[in-house]
Design a protein around this ligand. Sequence first.
Ligand SMILES: C[S@@+](CC[C@H](N)C(=O)[O-])C[C@H]1O[C@@H](n2cnc3c(N)ncnc32)[C@H](O)[C@@H]1O
Length: 312
Amino acid sequence: MTSLTTPAEEDQATKGATLAKKYYDSDDAQKFYSMIWGEETLHIGRYDMLTEQDKNTLSVHQQISKAQEYHEQEFIRHIQSKFSYENITSNPPEDVVTVTCLDMGCGYGGLLRRLVQAGAIQKATGCDISQKMCQQARRLNQEQHCADKIEIVEESYLAVPSVADGSCNLVISMDALLHVGPNGQATAMQEAARVLQPGGWMIFSDIMQQEIVDPDEMKPIYDRIHLSKMGTVSNYKQAMEAAGFDNFDFLPNASTNVSAHYGSVCTVLEEKGDELGISDEYQQKMKAGLITWRDLGEKNIVWGFVVAQKKQ
Ligand SMILES: C[S@@+](CC[C@H](N)C(=O)[O-])C[C@H]1O[C@@H](n2cnc3c(N)ncnc32)[C@H](O)[C@@H]1O
């Protein structure tokens, strides 16, 4: 397959991956992510799905977890809709399809455990570039008796040599592909196509930019993630079609949740940062970043699920 990227662009994607590793591997980042953002999962939540009861009874911190849980439930529904069984149980009958999955940028592995526990997948590999994410994911897999079904590999999703060609029928990712920008994302789509069997599905959520943005207005966001642009829905469609996917879909447009999420995380960081022992310098930097995303997100950022099928 011909590469869509030039050597300079590939270099930028690799640099993005290296910076993401450094970013997630620091002690402060681990405290912040595991104790504020999510003990098991680190993604945007569906605040638009919070019920009145959720809003009235849960603290802001608890609302973050609840909103994330709603997003994961949506994820499971998308997977269920693509495989030939309707009622997922923890003991699927023998005639159902066995789902073998790769999670690109699995973080603490929370989604994979949820999918295994729901019987929605039977075997999985989670890859993450951060050593600390992988260590914690393995620990939680052991604790929750999932280690025999989920292998965690410390590898970049730009190249996952541990996963053989055509060995999966599902590739997933949750808010992890943004880190490498559109050129790296095209490489990740080729890697997803490599590991998928014909007819297999790629289903992921990601944080993208609107098709048309003012680069000056986006600069504070680009600076924070060390990119000169972010991916868009149309970038993904083009990259996935070039990598051998069809039946592309983007759904639903749940972008308003991005501002709600960063605003909520910022509130909890302000409440708990000191008591959790997160350094003052990290807190100040993180708060500035969260406020940037909160305030610019509504107008400029797109978030939702991308779904596509590897051609038969
Ligand atoms: C926002 S977190 C999401 C983690 C997980 N998907 C979840 O929802 O809980 C982004 C994750 O992507 C990982 N990541 C970033 N760049 C990566 C790369 N090139 N290859 C593998 N993982 C990467 C980070 O280490 C981090 O764990």
